[in-house]
Ligand binder design. Structure first.
Ligand SMILES: Cc1cc2nc3c(=O)[nH]c(=O)nc-3n(C[C@H](O)[C@H](O)[C@H](O)COP(=O)(O)OP(=O)(O)OC[C@H]3O[C@@H](n4cnc5c(N)ncnc54)[C@H](O)[C@@H]3O)c2cc1C
Length: 409
């Protein structure tokens, strides 16, 4: 990922929009805002301009339609259309730049269910079909026929995505969105947001973000403020006195090699908890973390690939008996502890404080649609292309959860 160059201008004193965090969410928001209104002055503030700790650099970058929340399915439908357009370079309805080398491949996701999980898988399937996702339920016999390397012992059913599911080069998408936003005039400042000053006029219903303090000593006035700080969004919100239950929750990804190829291998989600997919000539896998504490150091937790985990993998894919662990990395899910779903939109009591965070491990695929929805909401008063209002902050105030049941690992 490209670092901020010395030629990046110093932060101006007053901007139309200041975005905290230049990961894929901040970049997508800036991309759409500058596309809608090139006259806007937009400042992206990023404290880690090489993105060494950003989720956007450490993601598994996969895309699926198999969610249980209709708004997530809509964001994924937009996501796949955007990725296809951006990688083909054809059409300019969504992507205004040259074709991006995204390595987009669509072998599907395969959710596997035991007899106890079968009813849940069928219920999710109904939601997905009702929302136009191309998914099919496969019996054990159909699974055996289609994936001869898979052991179906203990399984009742599988759900396979037939279109619009697979994986891509997430950092390339992030880089391209950031590059286009900057080409359209967005300024990137290599600095940390350290404080937010609010302005509460006597008699006004709501407060406003007036000034944002940066680690380089600048005080920047902004018309609108966007919290796109990923796993650190809770800390940014706290600077404005907002309670936002988004935390940094570590996930480890292991890279495996397997001597026998797994023909047509989709992204597989096993009832025992692990996920696995091909990555070039390797496989990558992960599982729910053993240590669920927040803000753990970004060191892989090797205990997650212990003997029992190895056995679970080999039970489902017998040829993995001969697998080798090549390496591992760790990244943070930006986990919304309230209901594992994104928070997009304005804060009700601080009228110019906007949020695009809390995607809980599925944000890379949703960034193009989420950034578009937020930009429309900010500039036109409502999200027009994808109605993301169900993901607004007010649900937290009302205590009404919008649970996403298909959160992976
Ligand atoms: C292991 C793993 C696997 C994943 N797999 C998938 C997947 O398969 N599919 C999918 O769609 N998603 C996946 N995700 C999730 C996806 O990567 C994230 O949802 C997405 O990258 C979030 O982007 P972001 O811009 O919100 O956060 P980030 O990329 O973390 O960006 C936030 C930025 O804010 C900056 N920042 C924070 N605080 C401040 C501050 N005070 N001042 C200035 N800058 C600040 C940070 O430095 C950071 O660069 C995965 C994530 C992980 C970790």
């Amino acid at each position: 990922m490209r670092s901020a160059s010395p030629s990046d201008r110093a932060a101006p004193r007053s901007v139309d929009i200041l975005i905290a965090g230049a990961g894929v969410m901040g970049a997508a928001t800036a991309y759409w805002l500058s596309r809608h209104d090139p006259a806007l002055s937009i400042l992206l503030v990023e404290r880690d301009p090489a993105f060494t700790h950003a989720s956007s650099s450490l993601s598994a970058s996969s895309i699926r339609q198999q969610f249980t929340t209709p708004v997530n399915i809509a964001l994924s439908a937009f996501g796949i259309a955007f990725l296809r357009e951006a990688s083909s370079g054809s059409g300019h309805s969504n992507w205004s730049g040259p074709a991006i080398e995204l390595g987009l491949t669509e072998p599907g996701y395969l959710y596997l269910a035991t007899p106890e999980q079968e009813a849940g898988l069928r219920a999710a399937h109904e939601i997905q079909r009702a929302n136009n996702a191309a998914v099919a339920l496969l019996s054990r016999a159909a699974l055996n026929e289609r994936f001869p390397w898979l052991s179906t012992d203990g399984l009742a059913l599988g759900s396979l995505g037939l279109s619009g599911e697979g994986w891509f080069d997430g950092p390339a998408l992030h880089r391209a969105l950031l590059g286009r936003a900057r080409a359209e005039g967005t300024t990137l400042a290599a600095a940390e947001v350290t404080g937010i000053e609010l302005d509460q006029r006597p008699g006004a219903d709501s407060a406003r973000v007036a000034t944002v303090r940066l680690s380089n000593g600048e005080h920047v006035q902004c018309g609108q403020f966007v919290n796109a700080a990923g796993p650190w969004s809770g800390a940014i919100a706290a600077m404005a006195g907002i309670d936002l239950p988004v935390v940094a929750s570590r996930r480890t990804v292991f890279v495996l090699s397997c001597p026998s190829p797994l023909a047509g291998c989709p992204l597989l989600i096993d009832p025992s908890g692990f996920w696995l997919r091909p990555e070039g000539r390797y496989l990558i896998t992960g599982c729910p973390p053993l240590d669920v504490s927040d803000n753990l150091p970004l060191d892989p937790d090797w205990r997650e690939l212990d003997h029992a985990a190895w056995e679970r993998l080999a039970r489902r894919i017998p040829s993995l008996e001969a697998m080798r662990v090549e390496r591992a990395w760790a990244g943070y899910y930006e986990m919304n502890r309230f209901d594992h779903n994104a928070i997009i939109g304005p804060h009700p009591a601080i009228s110019n404080f906007w949020m695009i965070c809390g995607f809980s491990g599925h944000g890379m695929q949703h960034a193009p649609g989420a950034g578009l929805a937020l930009s429309e909401w900010m500039l036109e008063g409502a999200p027009r292309t994808i109605d993301v209002r169900a993901l607004g902050y007010t649900r937290l105030e009302r205590g009404e959860r919008l649970p996403e049941l298909n959160v992976i690992g």
